[in-house]
Design a protein around this ligand. Structure first.
Ligand code: SF4
Length: 607
């Protein structure tokens, strides 16, 4: 409970892979899967208490405004109070529509509430990781899950409404035979046959022996043998609703080399980088022959790193201690060969792995409660007090690089941080009812843009303004807030007005009054102003005389104009400005201006 845990992480503007709040429920996993390094080196299990997690969840959501919360740990489904905690989160954050991204909860413990919650957040599918196809091999790796449990889980998942089930397997495990490979095929086919019309994605990875595990001495299978097994699985499984994916065998080969490598590999890394290696996990960048050349240049036979190791000899990582004793790892290896299980020590029986005595720790399991936890309940009422408010906002400085989607997400999260009682849409994936009327192009600043927001209950405009002011990111500011007392109408559709001036840091001497007036005069003197431009890879031509209205020189460094129409076949405003000014786009600062409601001359001009 006292371990430091960030409760105010950075909130990125761009959508990242894990774009949600995360709280760490526990460290360590003692299930004892014999291939898993994390399960060995992070022992023992130390779970935070539910009240500690409850407080952490409140802090992280208040600080970030995230709309999704994910409790995480190595084996989140094993957290002792998982059901209590998830139920508590669902109840507490229902009105704020915080989606709870649930970890791999054991299906037998799923309640209807939890199933609904998982479906609300997980859009992709449900995952089961049997790791091996046959019960025998699952005993070898100490993956305590039997076939009946897998089949029942699959049935329950599909009955609950999922249409996609993902199954994870490893090939090349110690003692594996062709029978074990065929067992993967049989298991997948049984599930596919029982649930026709449902999608099954089978992911096959290659076993890579890892240091500090009972399998650290095992040989890694040759890439050619792995390839044969991959092809067999693909041939026998890949049809209709079953998709098979597997890892590149040469990437797994390199993982194996570096996982159990020694200090000589440092020079290989340097050599490969010198030859252009980088982003190797992206298949389009991975170049196996480059690595072969790098190993050859360093005089290293890399295939030798895949060999079986002698348990009585020192290993390159023998000087690193994680607490688990060598005797325990050897004992586990022998039990693997005898297909004997080792129970999870969280259930009370110590398996004497050595961690607790060496590091002076003990497993810490969260207490579960019979009584429901006290949560702050919001009193529901059938009366509708919702109101719409209208915000006028600006986006300036570096905030101009936010896309429309990023801006709308940043505004919504700021509103959540500010504690505004946002109203949400109905349906399975409720969204805050926020309407941004104009999509201002990336790189363009704007003033006086309009955004309407529906609140569950009235909040005084000055209070909205003050609360938001404290939460908005730099460059985004609220200029005015008003309550829409009549029926909500979109703001009047005027032309788009832009101000052009020299970009900060650019030498503005080219933009003196004489030059600007010359540009304006040139524009009006020409009967047409044809330009060619490219949008989405297609070249178009356009006459700026039909698009640009009211080109005016405002002061020595400022030009203003209106654009009558926008669309995918009209040039971007930055292109228009650069052609009129005869300067590069990066030399110009472009600001979109509000057009006063009374000024409809632009529309009249285009009519
Ligand atoms: S020493 Fe015992 S209780 Fe502690 S992690 Fe190892 S097996 Fe579990």
């Amino acid at each position: 409970n006292t371990a430091p845990c960030g409760d105010a992480p950075l909130v990125p503007y761009v959508q990242t892979v894990h774009d949600r709040a995360q709280i760490e429920m526990a460290r360590g996993c003692t299930r004892g899967c014999r291939f898993c390094m994390a399960g060995m080196i992070y022992r023992p299990v130390r779970e935070k208490s539910i009240s500690c997690l409850q407080s952490l969840a409140g802090k992280v959501l208040a600080a970030t405004g995230y709309e999704e919360l994910s409790p995480v740990s190595l084996s989140a489904g094993d957290y002792a109070g998982i059901n209590d905690f998830i139920r508590l989160l669902i109840t507490r954050y229902r009105d704020d529509r915080v989606a709870i991204s649930l970890p791999s909860v054991r299906v037998a413990t799923l309640t209807q509430d939890m199933i609904q919650e998982i479906k609300r957040v997980r859009k992709t599918g449900f995952t089961i990781a049997p790791e091996a196809g046959s019960p025998r091999l699952r005993r070898v790796i100490n993956k305590g899950i039997d076939e009946q449990e897998i089949l029942e889980t699959a049935a329950r998942v599909f009955d609950a409404g999922w249409k996609l089930l993902k199954l994870y397997f490893m090939i090349g495990l110690p003692t594996e035979t062709s029978h074990d490979i065929h067992a993967i095929i049989d298991l997948c086919r049984t599930i596919a046959d029982r649930h026709r019309g449902k999608q099954l994605n089978v992911s096959i990875s290659t076993f890579v022996p890892k240091p500090h595990t009972p399998f650290q001495w095992e040989a890694q299978e040759h890439p050619d043998t792995i390839h044969e097994k991959q092809r067999l699985l693909k041939r026998r499984l890949h049809h209709g609703m079953v998709q098979v994916k597997y890892h590149d065998r040469f990437v797994s080969l390199l993982e194996g080399v570096f996982s159990r490598g020694d200090r000589r590999l440092g020079s290989v890394l340097q050599e490969a980088h010198r030859r252009g290696a980088g982003f190797e996990a992206w298949s389009e960048y991975f170049n196996y022959s480059l690595w072969c050349d790098a190993f050859a240049a360093c005089g290293i036979d890399f295939m030798s790193y895949l060999r079986e190791r002698d348990p009585d000899k020192l290993l390159p990582w023998s000087h690193i201690r994680c607490g688990v004793t060598l005797d325990f790892l050897k004992c586990e290896r022998e039990k693997a060969l005898r297909e004997e299980p080792t129970p999870d020590c969280r259930q009370g029986v110590c398996n004497e792995c050595g961690v607790c005595t060496q590091l002076g720790l003990t497993p810490e399991i969260a207490a579960t409660h019979q009584q429901p936890y006290l949560v702050q309940q919001v009193h529901h009422t059938s009366e509708n007090h919702s109101v719409w408010i209208r915000l006028h906002y600006s986006k300036t400085g570096t905030a101009r690089f936010l896309s429309h989607l990023e801006l709308s997400r940043a505004l919504a999260r700021a509103m959540r941080r500010a504690g505004l009682p946002l109203q949400y849409s109905q349906g399975f994936h409720p969204l805050p009812r926020i309407v941004l009327y104009n999509a201002v192009p990336v790189g363009i600043e704007c003033l006086g843009e309009v955004c309407d927001v529906e609140l569950r209950q009235p909040v005084a405009p000055h209070a909205v303004s003050a609360a938001l002011h404290a939460q908005l990111p730099p460059g985004i500011a609220i200029e005015a807030v008003s309550e829409l007392t009549k029926e909500r109408q979109p703001p009047p559709e005027n032309a788009h007005r832009y101000r052009i001036c020299p970009a900060p840091g650019c030498e503005p001497s080219w933009m003196d009054r004489t030059t600007l007036e010359q540009r304006v005069a040139d524009f009006y003197r020409m009967p047409t102003f044809p330009i060619t431009f490219v949008r989405n890879g297609i070249t178009y031509t356009a006459d700026l005389k039909k698009i640009v209205l009211h080109l005016t020189c405002r002061d020595p460094y400022t030009l203003e104009f209106d654009i009558a129409c926008t669309g995918s076949k009209t040039p971007k405003v930055a292109v228009i400005a650069s052609r009129i000014m005869k300067r590069d786009e990066h030399e110009l600062r472009i600001v979109k201006l509000p057009v006063p409601p009374s000024d409809t001359s632009s529309l009249r001009s285009t009519a």
